[in-house]
Design a protein around this ligand. Structure first.
Ligand SMILES: Nc1ncnc2c1ncn2[C@@H]1O[C@H](COP(=O)(O)OP(=O)(O)OP(=O)(O)O)[C@@H](O)[C@H]1O
Ligand SMILES: [Mg+2]
Length: 460
């Protein structure tokens, strides 16, 4: 039974309320402010019914004290009819603005009051539910530093818990911007290697020959330019974790050496004869479908099985829309602090619009959108208007690409530049040829011709 606190010194009112409510609620009675506050501090009160004037005490002052203890307190104020002079009226309307649930003038209509209390209790239970959900969200956030409200993301965290302290290789898959990088970091930071280093190597960003020496290191004189010994990331990650990002883009000629290093737990730097033992946890991630790369002969099957002992799949944001409101709140908090803006609220339409939007760039796209809206907003509340421009442009706008830059060197031919742009756009569009054409503003036919011209096949 929910607790209702009645603060009044009029015995007639108290007795009538007792009679009307005693079977439905657990009633607490107080005849002065001190007793009322004691009740409030010591038990969970759902609704308070408060006389604006009882004895020497002022009900509205008590109301403000209660609100200080609990800003969500639901308080119904009763005021004697004749007592609503201009000053009182001002005082009461101020209280209403500050959040009084309702006020009734005396003589009290007990049926109406009963109905109001029922409504108040309903609201109290709603608050309770919201607070519980927020606390749950906070728990995930406090432990892992990420938002994971949807069932699928909660499952991801369950898997993280299971694998964090074992050394089995983990392959994280999912579209661009779904949080693969962040999950790799969490596995390391929560696990028993947390006091050692995690090194990240992006296999797509480094040319093949350089990648080999980055991973395995080299000895002085191993090749022209090797003026000294250099440790590779395997050695640098000894006892810690090596996160190989975009593993699907690793050249097949390097994959054998990686497999060897993982199986034998030893590496041999370029130009050396001496194998070095390494104890490294391997986490990999890709937004490519590795099993089809295997079928196409671009990824070694044996390496795939080695890496994919445990698979963590991060679903696209459009398949876990429950996360959207929580992510919005989180990014608003993050960016209003970062950009020194005082934005604390969003209107309902803002959230609804985002919940209905298909984020092709996933969480990263949502994050960029919020940052931009906050940077440009003049108010302390974000409304649908702040994002409509972006949403309407949809995929035509390329702001969601994640502010990804590619290097272009003076002296490169236009053809070389075009090739790079197409390749990177293709990657960002999760290897979808149609989306790539759309983003580049060319027709499907043109993109097919370009692919042919540059000798790309579907997954170049
Ligand atoms: N659940 C989440 N809660 C909070 N922030 C998140 C969450 N998921 C992703 N992010 C944020 O979204 C951005 C993109 O995440 P991340 O870089 O991990 O994605 P990714 O899958 O590795 O993308 P890519 O394939 O392009 O490398 C980051 O800024 C990250 O902090
Ligand atoms: Mg990443």
């Amino acid at each position: 039974m929910e607790k209702i606190l009645i603060v009044d010194d009029d015995m007639y009112v108290v007795e009538s309320l007792k009679f009307a409510l005693k079977d439905k609620y657990d009633l607490c009675l107080a005849y002065n402010s001190k007793a009322a506050l004691e009740h409030y501090k010591n038990s969970e009160i759902a609704v308070t019914v408060l006389d604006v004037k009882f004895g020497k005490d002022n009900g509205l002052e008590l109301y403000y004290k209660i609100r200080e203890l609990n800003p969500q307190a639901i308080v119904i104020v009763t005021t004697p009819y004749g007592n609503v002079n201009y000053d009182n009226f001002k005082y009461i309307s101020e209280a209403i603005r500050s959040g009084i649930f309702f006020y009734l003038t005396e003589p009290i209509d007990f049926k109406e009051l009963e109905l109001l209390i029922a409504k108040g209790v309903e609201m109290y239970n709603l608050y309770k539910q919201i607070n519980y959900l927020n606390a749950e969200a906070k728990k995930n956030y406090e432990t892992y530093g990420i938002i994971a409200e949807s069932a699928s993301m909660k499952n991801v965290l369950k898997t993280v818990e299971k694998v964090k302290n074992i050394d089995s290789n983990v392959l994280i898959t999912g579209e661009s911007g779904t949080g693969k990088g962040i999950i790799a970091r969490i596995i390391h930071e929560q696990g028993n290697r947390k006091n050692e280093r995690i090194n990240t190597v992006n296999c797509a960003a480094i040319p093949k020959d350089l990648l080999e020496s980055e991973l395995f290191g080299y000895k002085k004189g191993a090749f022209t330019g090797a003026v000294g010994d250099k440790k590779g990331y395997f050695e640098l990650s000894n006892k810690g974790t090596l996160f190989l990002d975009e593993i699907g883009d690793m050249d097949i000629s390097l994959q054998g050496k990686l497999l060897h290093a993982i199986q034998e737990k030893t590496i041999t730097p370029l130009g050396s004869e001496e194998p070095i033992e390494v104890d490294v946890r391997i986490i990999t991630a890709t937004n490519r479908d590795i099993s089809s790369l295997v079928n196409e002969g671009k990824f070694r099957e044996d390496l795939f099985y080695r890496l994919n002992v445990i698979n963590i799949f991060l679903p696209p944001l459009r398949e876990r829309r429950e996360d959207i409101p929580y992510l919005v709140e989180y990014f608003i908090y993050k960016y209003s602090r970062k950009l020194s803006k005082n934005i604390s609220k969003v209107d309902n339409d803002f959230i609804k619009t985002l919940e209905g939007y298909d984020f092709k760039g996933n969480v990263r796209e949502l994050e960029n959108l919020i940052e931009r809206a906050i940077a440009l907003s003049d108010n302390n509340i974000l409304t649908k208007k702040d994002i409509m421009n972006y949403i309407n442009k949809g995929y035509e706008s390329n702001e969601h690409i994640g502010k990804k830059l590619i290097p272009i060197f003076v002296g490169e031919t236009l053809e070389m530049i075009e090739k790079k742009v197409i390749k990177e756009t293709y990657r960002i569009c999760n290897y979808n040829q149609k989306d790539t054409a759309e983003l580049l503003g060319i027709t499907d036919r043109t993109i097919r011709n370009k692919f042919k011209k540059y000798n790309y096949d579907e997954r170049a």
